[in-house]
Design a protein around this ligand. Structure first.
Ligand code: C2E
Ligand code: CA
Ligand code: CA
Length: 713
């Protein structure tokens, strides 16, 4: 028995034959051939039908069943005219046959040809397999619609995309359409029919619903195919599962248009909706209202309770706003603690006011953040199309302006936009840039008003009061520009200048040989909030050389209240309004203002509570312990007239003394007032009667001239 594998130009040919004359490289029988196949994989096998042992047909069948034998070219040798054997050879998987006796020259060509054809076939199979796997990776299925025979053929990946089992379901056009989402079915069907009718390619994205109810997104493309005669015979196409891409798109869209924290529309989407609403209102002659909602204490809460609590609050606010609005209204978060509302088809201004009030009411309920109960209020500005503005841009701006006025007027209220607000805003804007310029050009100066000791009749101190020597308007008084400077933060650089100028002047008076006096400087809440006031004051002492105990800072009662917010009530202590409602407690924010006042006091600076009696008088006792002087507001001093005194003044002085506080009365204009205050035991007096605020050089006289006037008879 011989079996030979001939290695020839990279080709391996295994010959299996018992006729020794034609063996080229051989195995003498089927068994031997199959054993050999385990080690060597030839490219071509010449296989005789008649073999000892198992016959050639069986060997061929087994070669085909062998995992590597699928693509081997098998050339079966049959007897001449043996048609039955030829037929059987093909049926067991032979590639071709050749009749015996063998023509050797021809055999060479046949083997070569067969080898080439087989290689092409293998290549094709490999490509197909690669294509299938690529389609699988790309979730790309394909289909073919034979229009002549109305047959639909699907690739295996298409079954996979549609989650259908090819064993139990045949891919038909109806199945293809049946799986489309009910809301999209008509659109898809129409597009396909139109494309097929006009023999145009088409592309469509739509939703499908799988048997288990899952929804997926697919993209389908189709291309009509014509035969050689130009007749339209088929449509071929692909279906790609684009669910992941769609989901990513939705996510990107939502990131771009919705606020991450609250899930509400963001500025971009709000603006878009507002524009749409205005366009519709123009067509329908209806009204659109924009509400601009700004929380009053958000920064305080964020600073004192941390960002987590701040975030929780914003989310809760968003929910509350949604709860009082209709589904057709848009509630958005513009950023920070700014929310906006767009109301379409508003029947009347009354309805808007009612809703604004409803919004205010939702804030009257306390918020629970990290097991603390917080009271938060909001200021709301409202602008209406067509009354206040004709486009989205202006509406939003006017609502913002109105909100600003709501804040100005004590917060926790709502304001409808009015044209006067716009004028005032414009004036304020002009003023703002003028103040900036004035600072650069040194147009500010300080006037001083004397404060006298009622007991000794001596000059005790001077209050520095700012004036603006405006190049066109003459002297401008602080009430017109200080609020703007505060609102814009310009009070910080201005305040620094005031402090150093006042201290410098005080040192200058001393240098002129006068008795040291204290200098009182007004400090606004903004300076505490937006700058490090302790640092500023320390630096002023360094630069001017003034002794710290000669500085008195005046801070108004309302400023202090503002700095002491928010009001936080421990949760267990009952709700405000209820009989057991607790009084507001000191918060961390209180701590920071208290710490500042404490540091200043330790440095030797004294602290005066200005305009006393005009604020809420809600200050906690903690705050009072960091105050040295109470300045009774001039409105109470006015109440003292020629016929009677003032109950309030008497009470204030009495209580202050109990708390060991000094009392200064400001705005003293008449002898009667002065005498009354003296009698009540007020420590210091200040007012036009004693001395008007005037430039430093005019104040020199107070150091000497006026000393005698208070000495008691
Ligand atoms: P204020 O701190 O209550 O200052 C007292 C105001 O009353 C001053 O007005 C003063 O000129 C005025 N005044 C003094 N005596 C009398 C009197 O007998 N009768 C009447 N009717 N008025 C009297 P002024 O200078 O116009 O200041 C107004 C407010 O502007 C001040 O009120 C203070 O709140 C603020 N201000 C003034 N200067 C400064 C400053 O340098 N910094 C800051 N932050 N605010 C300042
Ligand atoms: Ca003052
Ligand atoms: Ca005052």
């Amino acid at each position: 028995m011989n079996h030979t594998v001939e290695q020839n130009e990279n080709k391996q040919v295994l010959v299996v034959d018992d006729d020794t004359t034609i063996r080229v490289a051989e195995a003498a029988d089927g068994e031997a051939a199959l054993t050999m196949l385990a080690d060597i994989l030839p490219d071509v096998i010449l296989l005789d039908v008649m073999l000892p042992g198992i016959d050639g047909f069986t060997v061929c069948r087994q070669i085909r069943n062998h995992p590597d034998g699928k693509y081997v070219a098998v050339l079966m040798m049959t007897g001449l005219d043996d048609v039955v054997s030829i037929k059987q050879a093909y049926s067991v998987g032979a590639t071709d046959f050749i009749t015996k006796p063998i023509n050797w020259r021809i055999l060479g060509y046949r083997v070569n040809y067969m080898h080439r054809a087989n290689q092409a076939f293998q290549e094709l199979s490999k490509n197909r397999a690669q294509l299938l796997s690529a389609q699988k990776i790309a979730h790309l299925g394909s289909w073919d619609w034979d229009r002549v025979n109305d047959k639909f053929r699907w690739s295996s990946e298409l079954y996979h995309i549609f989650a259908l089992d090819p064993a139990t379901c045949t891919g038909t056009y109806d199945t293809f359409i049946g799986i489309i989402h009910p809301l999209e079915k008509e659109r898809v069907k129409m597009t396909i029919e139109e494309a097929v009718g006009s023999q145009q390619p088409f592309r469509l994205d739509y939703k499908i619903v799988l048997a288990d109810g899952t929804e997926r997104f697919v993209s389908t493309e189709g291309q009509p195919v014509s035969d050689r005669q130009g007749r339209f015979v088929r449509v071929t196409g692909t279906v790609q599962d684009i669910t992941e891409r769609k989901q990513a798109e939705v996510q990107i869209r939502s990131l771009a248009l919705y606020d991450n924290l609250t899930g509400l529309p963001n500025r971009i989407l709000f603006y878009d909706r507002l524009e749409q609403a205005v366009r519709q209102a123009v067509r329908q002659h209806s009204m659109v209202a924009v509400m601009f909602i700004d929380l009053d204490q958000f920064k305080d809460i964020n600073d004192s309770m941390g960002h987590n609590a701040g975030d929780m609050l914003l989310r809760e606010v968003g929910q509350r706003l949604l709860s009082v609005t209709r589904s057709t209204d848009t509630v958005a978060r513009l950023g920070g603690d700014e929310f906006t509302l767009c109301l379409q088809n508003v029947p009347s201004l009354d309805v808007i006011c009612t809703l604004a009030q409803k919004l205010m009411d939702t804030f009257s309920e306390p918020f629970t953040l990290e097991s603390k109960i917080i009271f938060v209020t909001a200021s709301i500005g409202v602008a209406v199309y067509p009354n206040d503005a004709g486009n989205a841009d202006d509406l939003l701006k006017q609502a913002d302006t109105a909100m600003y006025f709501a804040k100005e007027q004590g917060k926790n209220n709502y304001k409808l936009f009015s044209p006067e607000m716009q004028i005032e805003t414009d004036t304020r804007l002009t003023l703002q840039s003028e103040i900036r310029l004035a600072l650069e050009r040194n147009e500010f100066c300080l006037h001083y008003q004397p404060q006298f000791d009622t007991l000794t009749g001596k000059l005790k101190g001077m209050e520095a009061l700012i004036r603006w020597k405006h190049p066109d308007k003459g002297v401008v008084f602080p009430n017109t520009f200080i609020p703007v400077a505060e609102a814009t933060g310009l009070i910080v650089p201005l305040g620094k200048w005031i402090l150093s100028e006042a201290c410098r002047q005080n040192v200058a008076w001393q240098a002129m040989g006068y008795e040291p006096i204290k200098i009182a400087v007004n400090i606004s809440a903004v300076q505490f909030k937006r700058s490090n006031i302790v640092d500023t004051i320390r630096r002023v002492f360094e630069c001017t050389g003034m002794a710290p105990h000669l500085l008195q800072i005046e801070i108004t009662e309302s400023s202090l209240m503002q700095l002491a917010k928010p009001i936080v009530v421990p949760r267990t202590k009952g709700q405000p309004g209820s009989p057991e409602a607790p009084s507001p407690q000191a918060t961390e924010e209180d701590d920071s203002i208290i710490n500042t006042l404490d540091t200043l006091q330790k440095m030797g600076v004294s602290i005066a509570l200005d305009d006393f009696g005009t604020g809420y008088s809600l200050l906690s006792h903690l705050c009072y312990s960091f105050i040295d002087v109470i300045k009774i507001d001039r409105r109470f001093v006015w109440a003292i007239n020629a016929w009677e005194g003032s109950e309030i003044i008497s009470t204030i002085i009495e209580t202050s003394k109990k708390l060991s506080l000094q009392v200064t009365a400001e705005g003293v204009e008449t002898e009667y007032q002065k005498t009354y205050l003296l009698k009540e035991g007020c420590h210091e007096v200040q007012g036009y009667l004693i001395g008007k605020p005037s430039p430093a050089e005019d104040c020199v006289k107070y150091f000497t001239q006026e000393q005698e006037q208070f000495v008691k008879e």
